[in-house]
Design a protein around this ligand. Structure first.
Ligand SMILES: Nc1nc2c(ncn2[C@@H]2O[C@H](COP(=O)(O)OP(=O)(O)OP(=O)(O)O)[C@@H](O)[C@H]2O)c(=O)[nH]1
Ligand SMILES: [Mg+2]
Length: 284
């Protein structure tokens, strides 16, 4: 699906990130572990290439464990980088990031000590909308919480949060890029909730999702909706069967595709279809 959602606040946010780069020691790059490769924003390339990066595979409670392991190894191999997986909804689960950050910046600590300086580390948290940046910061923070929400575009401005006496984190608004030319990437970003519903044709997205799920693992649809998916069955027919089962029917007894799509995507986003990773491994 062709996606073009790059409002003014995202353009401003990118400019702010560029400006703030000189003030930060490290980048925390939050990628939704259900589609970590699709979450790589080309507009962040310059920022991420100029500082050490901790890739955080967020929402690992919702992704396939074996695939998450693969992506963790993939990102950890990048130059000047480390990678961790987190479920930020579990209190204290992101703590490991603090020690990794301190390890990666140990040279700077020594240098500061020699100079008699006591300057806290500063890291900028970046990622596409709804990837879990603010929730991650709250998981790490003892005070100065950020606002989070179940939709893209919640954080609108930058916000510094002191997570302890030695580390300050900069929360940034979720940012996409002007023209998402790879339609599969755009579609996956839409599935995981990084694109606001208002710019999507939600019924078509729902149908695409059914097609992709049949390719990935049709048994997850069968189990969730108590349906039988036959070999070569049309995706539209499967979609309609789900709508009938779940009562997504309008007053005139017609199938309500839009409500059906919202329900099915919500099931995926909340993990009710199972632990699913959408991005395929990279073949050598
Ligand atoms: N299951 C699960 N949900 C999470 C996790 N991290 C964040 N969420 C949920 O994902 C949604 C988005 O989280 P936010 O922290 O607001 O995301 P954000 O990246 O700051 O979003 P923007 O500010 O809009 O760019 C919220 O409903 C969170 O509760 C996680 O590790 N697991
Ligand atoms: Mg946020």
């Amino acid at each position: 699906m062709k996606i073009n959602w790059f409002p003014g606040h995202m353009k401003n946010a990118l400019e702010t990130m560029e400006k703030e780069l000189k003030n930060v020691d490290l980048i925390i790059y939050v990628l939704d572990s259900r589609a970590p490769f699709s979450c790589l924003n080309p507009s962040f390339d310059r920022i991420a290439s100029r500082r050490p990066v901790i890739y955080v595979l967020s929402k690992c409670d919702l992704s396939n464990d074996a695939e998450t392991d693969y992506w963790k190894r993939y990102f950890a191999k990048k130059e000047n980088a480390a990678c961790v997986t987190v479920n930020s909804t579990v209190s204290g689960s992101a703590k490991v990031i603090k020690s990794i950050m301190k390890d990666m910046l140990s040279k700077k600590t020594e240098w500061n000590k020699r100079k008699g300086l006591n300057i806290p580390f500063r890291a900028m948290v970046i990622g596409v909308p709804n990837s879990g940046k603010s929730t991650l910061i709250n998981n790490l923070a003892s005070k100065g919480k950020t606002v989070t929400g179940d939709k893209p575009g919640v954080t609108r401005g930058k916000q510094w949060v002191a997570i302890d006496d030695n580390i300050n984190l900069l929360d940034t608004p979720g940012t996409l890029w002007p023209d998402i030319s790879d339609e599969q990437i755009g579609t996956k970003l839409a599935y995981i909730g990084s694109i606001k519903n208002e710019v999507l044709d939600i019924a078509t997205l729902g149908l695409e999702f059914i097609k992709d799920m049949v390719k990935l693992d049709k048994s997850l649809l069968e189990a969730r909706y108590s349906i039988n998916v036959e070999e070569d069955q049309e995706a539209l027919e499967i979609f309609e069967n789900i709508c009938k089962k779940r009562g997504f029917i309008s007053r005139g007894r017609e199938i309500d595709y839009e409500r059906g799509a919202i329900g099915i995507l919500d099931d995926f986003r909340k993990g009710r279809l199972g632990k699913i990773t959408l991005d395929k491994r990279i073949s050598k």
